[in-house]
Design a protein around this ligand. Structure first.
Ligand code: CUA
Length: 174
């Protein structure tokens, strides 16, 4: 069977496009520092977050030290605030690895640190767990937190802050 040369050309080009599409999807899913948020955090009673062990230990504005250079913060999302984070910034020391435990006590919210790839949903009943590295800063650096899931009338005002504090200004656990 003879295949016309233009047909061969377009056939080859379509194959190449398919390979390229699969390539970009693969890169988008596993390359460029993209990681799925783990479900290791397990379940949590949305009506009873205060009873949760992680929230009892880590729901503080100053990140709680868990090991050398490692800290934890538990964040409760609710209509229309992050606790902690809204009103009073979450404070973390520079050069640290901070694990965020995130859940919601009412409806589904989002948790995105503006300008970074730190981004998860806050789902009632589920505990999101995410470890974030913070670098070195000469001056305190503030990052915004926004809710990116439509959660009701005050959604667009649901925001918070994370302040990364230079070592010598850090007043939390050393
Ligand atoms: Cu919470 Cu939108």
């Amino acid at each position: 069977m003879e295949i016309h040369k233009y047909e061969k050309f377009w056939f080859g080009l379509s194959l190449l496009l398919i390979v390229a599409f699969i390539g970009t999807i693969t890169y988008g899913a596993v390359g460029a520092g993209v990681e799925m948020v783990s479900d290791d955090g397990g379940n949590v009673e949305p009506d009873n977050i205060a009873e949760n062990e992680k929230f009892q230990k880590y729901q503080n504005a100053n990140a709680t030290k868990v090991d050398d250079g490692e800290y934890a913060v538990a964040v409760q999302a609710l209509q229309f605030a992050f606790l902690p984070g809204t009103g009073q910034p979450i404070r973390v020391p520079e050069n640290s690895e901070v694990t965020f435990y995130i859940t919601s006590s009412d409806v589904t919210h989002g948790f995105n640190i503006v300008g970074t790839n730190v981004n998860t949903m806050a789902i009632p009943g589920q505990m999101g767990e995410m470890t974030v590295e913070f670098g070195e800063y000469d001056e305190p650096e503030t990052f915004g937190i926004v809710c990116h899931e439509f959660c009701g009338a005050g959604h667009e005002n649901m925001a918070g802050q994370i302040e990364v504090v230079p070592e010598e200004q850090w007043e939390g656990d050393q």
